[in-house]
Design a protein around this ligand. Structure first.
Ligand SMILES: *[C@@H]1O[C@H](CO)[C@@H](O)[C@H](O)[C@H]1NC(C)=O
Ligand SMILES: *[C@@H]1O[C@H](CO)[C@@H](O)[C@H](O)[C@H]1NC(C)=O
Ligand SMILES: *[C@@H]1O[C@H](CO)[C@@H](O)[C@H](O)[C@H]1NC(C)=O
Ligand SMILES: *[C@@H]1O[C@H](CO)[C@@H](O)[C@H](O)[C@H]1NC(C)=O
Ligand SMILES: *[C@@H]1O[C@H](CO)[C@@H](O)[C@H](O)[C@H]1NC(C)=O
Ligand SMILES: *[C@@H]1O[C@H](CO)[C@@H](O)[C@H](O)[C@H]1NC(C)=O
Ligand SMILES: *[C@@H]1O[C@H](CO)[C@@H](O)[C@H](O)[C@H]1NC(C)=O
Ligand SMILES: *[C@@H]1O[C@H](CO)[C@@H](O)[C@H](O)[C@H]1NC(C)=O
Ligand SMILES: *[C@@H]1O[C@H](CO)[C@@H](O)[C@H](O)[C@H]1NC(C)=O
Length: 715
């Protein structure tokens, strides 16, 4: 049977008038007429409030050109409302359990059908009869594991299907095998969130045109010879499975391989291949790698994500163990017990494959103690090196030979005590913009490190022991080790973080010639911040961190651009007056000694502030006008509101938001009004239903009254 669109045109036109029928109004009114008029009024209000709840629309589709949107409609069938020349039909999140042979007869021009989230269990074998143009089919989030056999027959009728989403359908290996039989035209296949365990030659055979395959969040523990029939496969997602290794990797056509969040100990590409691998992105985040992956010997790899593994380099180890016989061949067994030997020169750090095109190397959270010689200098296009949380002890910028393209260098949270650089090296780092060396034990840095690098915008040196050089220090030779930094004349620098550096004093002409927008000096107790020392920054500074610095009387008034200020943990007994005229967006004044904020100050701050932190202060419960002012200003977010406490005259602690009745007369009066409000609210709440009950159930009431009065009394 072949249905043409014209045969149905008339029917569609006929339906047009009753597209969104409003037929219920009469039905409802008729029985209502006999009810008391007050009930009618309530019903009318109810009708205004929840029209959609009371009358579900039978045809919920909305047309946008040739696309019919019928999502979230609780439909249990495919509607016929949309015209039959509709090209895209979206029926996501309805209740269609079976796609019948007749369901789609009406739509012969469909090229996209979306049935995600429908409890769909099966499709009858002829459900797509006559739907040859269908190219895109989304069946995600259904129950196709129930009727996969019928469904697989139905899919056979789609010779042009390019895109198929079968994610989250409870599918096991053999079900997938059935469903994919002869879908030779598929280019994109999504099988994520199913129950697949093993892949082999037969899994995707015949899918010659497949380009993208998503298998994330299955239970895969073995891949044995799969993908040999998919010469065009470019993107493969294997994330969140149970794979223990990826060896003999030889998919030269692949561009993106995501094998993150598995249990991979070994990644070994086939070393003998002369061909260049097309691999550009390899994601092995969150695995169990012990070794840097054994990459293809020729590749275009640009993005290498290896964070959250236990990678380290073993070069030093072998030197120590000369004479030992170190294995260079590893045996891997598959489920059938077939062994394959993979030979890799485990201990030779220079043989980890071709990294010459790598731009992003993410090695965060590993155990790297040193970088092999020549390792970094091979990466002539390296822009981002992320080595946060490793075990690096030293870093010699000269011998590593970073490329001029380096943009971000993050070596924070390592064990660095010294960073070295020879004269002339630093100027070569002309593109370095973000430098993070926080959380190390740095005692020495090459002098001129920050002033010689031309594009440096952000430096984080927090939690090291690097002091600030006294102002009389003359600039030393570039590169020579220095135990303090001269913070002057770094024209490009905008963000400087010097938290917890044990800084004690601030020399007078500090920051001269600099245009910082962010400065964080928090966690330097005893810093004794003086306005004069920061004078150079008054015009530019937008973010200032002075938490836990023992600051007392800084004059903030010259800092016109300041928007974010952190003065927490400073034992302040009142907010600095000079804050009030600034255009502050964020203020952190938590953990000080504030007992109140005067109503005048609060009135000045409230309209400007967006975010404020004030917990950890010993506020006085009887002087909390500021709290109510901030609370009623909707633009202010008191982030730690529930933790703001206050004490009354008897030193009893309350939450600031909770009512207190122990202050002076005026507040007692306000409590009276508050109670009155609560009482009237209560009356409203209880009263209205009672009145309604009395109005609409007069008979019932009479009965109850009668019953009560008929009860025999005990005397
Ligand atoms: C798939 O196609 C092959 C060859 O075209 C055919 O022999 C086989 O029967 C088809 N499989 C199914 C399940 O239709
Ligand atoms: C596959 O489907 C999952 C779940 O529906 C979705 O999160 C994922 O983005 C899809 N994959 C691709 C490549 O679109
Ligand atoms: C790999 O997959 C995970 C999980 O789906 C995702 O979070 C991550 O962004 C992917 N990696 C890449 C490089 O796309
Ligand atoms: C290394 O292997 C050779 C040959 O198998 C053996 O003779 C030698 O004793 C081994 N050396 C050590 C230190 O185990
Ligand atoms: C793998 O290597 C072991 C030890 O070198 C050897 O005994 C075994 O025969 C090799 N197996 C294969 C399949 O080559
Ligand atoms: C840093 O590396 C360079 C080049 O390899 C070398 O000449 C220099 O001695 C090294 N510096 C230190 C302090 O080891
Ligand atoms: C420096 O970085 C910018 C931005 O990332 C980039 O466009 C430029 O090519 C880089 N310069 C060099 C020499 O790599
Ligand atoms: C520097 O690294 C530390 C720790 O890894 C991190 O907390 C901090 O936010 C980073 N600094 C900047 C400016 O990104
Ligand atoms: C303010 O500084 C303190 C102390 O250094 C810190 O704990 C807090 O997180 C900072 N507040 C904000 C909002 O960043």
């Amino acid at each position: 049977m072949h249905i043409t669109c014209c045969a149905h045109l008339k029917m569609v036109v006929d339906l047009g008038g009753s597209f969104c029928p409003l037929l219920h109004r009469e039905d409802v009114k008729m029985p209502v007429r006999t009810l008391p008029s007050s009930f009618l009024m309530l019903l009318a209000i109810w009708g205004v409030l929840v029209p959609s709840l009371s009358h579900p629309q039978p045809n919920p589709c909305r047309m946008i050109q040739r696309m019919a949107l019928c999502n979230n409609g609780r439909l249990s069938y495919v509607p016929v409302g949309p015209p039959c020349n509709t090209e895209e039909l979206q029926l996501n999140h309805n209740h269609i359990q079976t796609l019948l042979n007749s369901s789609l007869l009406h739509y012969s021009s469909l090229h996209t059908l979306s049935l995600a989230g429908n409890y769909l269990e099966k499709m009858e074998a002829n459900a797509f009869g006559g739907l040859h143009p269908l190219q895109i089919l989304n069946l995600a989030e259904n129950e196709l594991h129930v009727g996969y056999q019928d469904t697989s027959h139905a899919l056979l009728q789609l010779p042009q299907l390019r895109v198929l989403d079968l994610s989250q359908n409870g599918l096991e290996d053999d079900m997938v095998f059935h469903l994919l039989q002869n879908l030779t035209s598929l280019q994109y296949l999504n099988l994520s969130r199913n129950l697949m365990q093993r892949l082999d030659e037969s899994s995707f055979e015949g899918l010659h045109h497949l380009r993208e395959l998503d298998l994330h969040s299955n239970m895969l523990f073995e891949i044995d010879g799969a993908f040999s029939g998919n010469p065009k496969l470019q993107r493969l997602n294997l994330a969140f499975n149970y794979l223990p290794c990826l060896v003999e990797f030889h998919m030269t056509q692949l561009v993106v391989l995501n094998a993150s969040h598995n249990f991979i100990e070994w990644f070994v590409a086939e070393q003998g291949l002369k061909e260049t691998f097309h691999l550009e992105t390899l994601d092995l985040t969150d695995n169990k790698l012990l070794f840097f992956p054994f990459l293809p010997s020729r590749s275009r790899l640009r993005n290498l994500y290896l964070s959250q593994n236990t990678v380290r380099f073993y070069g030093g180890l072998v030197d120590d163990a000369t004479g030992e016989n170190l294995t260079t061949s590893i045996q891997f067994y598959n489920l059938n017990g077939n062994a394959s030997n993979v030979t890799a020169q485990l201990w030779d750090d220079s043989l980890h494959g071709d990294v010459s095109s790598v731009e992003i190397l993410d090695l965060r959270n590993n155990q790297v103690e040193h970088l092999p010689q020549g390792f970094i200098s091979q990466m002539q296009s390296l822009t981002r090196l992320q080595m946060q949380t490793n075990c690096l002890k030293t870093l010699n910028l000269t011998s590593e030979g970073f490329s001029g393209s380096l943009y971000e260098l993050d070596v924070s949270n390592n064990r660095l005590s010294e960073v070295m650089a020879e004269k002339g090296t630093l100027a070569a780092l002309g593109n370095l913009t973000y430098l993070n060396m926080s959380l190390n034990s740095l005692r020495r840095l090459p002098s001129g490190l920050f002033s010689s690098v031309e594009s440096l915008r952000s430096v984080d040196l927090s939690y090291n022991s690097m002091g600030i050089c006294p102002s009389e220090t003359r600039g030393k030779d570039e590169g020579s080790p220095s135990d303090c930094v001269v913070w002057r004349n770094m024209a490009s620098l905008r963000q400087l973080y010097l938290r917890g550096c044990g800084i004690q004093g601030m020399p007078p002409s500090l920051f001269a010639g600099m245009r910082l927008t962010h400065l964080d000096l928090s966690d330097n107790p005893g810093l004794r911040v003086e306005t004069g020392a920061l004078r150079a920054l008054t015009g530019t500074l937008q973010h200032m961190g002075l938490g836990k610095t023992d600051m007392k009387s800084v004059d903030f008034s010259p800092f016109h651009s300041l928007r974010y200020l952190n003065i927490s943990r400073n034992s302040l007994t009142q907010l600095p007056m000079s804050l009030l005229n600034l255009d502050l967006r964020m203020l952190d004044a938590s953990e000080n000694n504030l007992s109140t904020i005067s109503p005048g100050d609060a009135a000045l701050l409230a309209p400007k502030l967006r975010t404020v932190f004030l917990a950890g202060n010993p506020f006085n419960c009887c002087q909390m006008e500021w709290y109510r002012m901030f609370e009623t200003t909707f633009t202010v977010n008191m982030v730690d509101k529930t933790e703001i406490l206050c004490q009354d005259e008897a030193k009893i602690t309350y939450r600031a938001g909770v009512l207190t009745i122990l202050c002076g007369d005026s507040s007692r009066e306000s409590v009276f009004w508050y109670l009155l409000l609560v009482l009237s609210g209560f009356l409203l709440f209880v009263g209205i239903p009672t009145v309604c009950l009395l109005t609409f159930r007069p008979l019932l009431l009479q009965k109850t009254v009668k019953k009560k009065s008929l009860k025999p009394t005990s005397y």
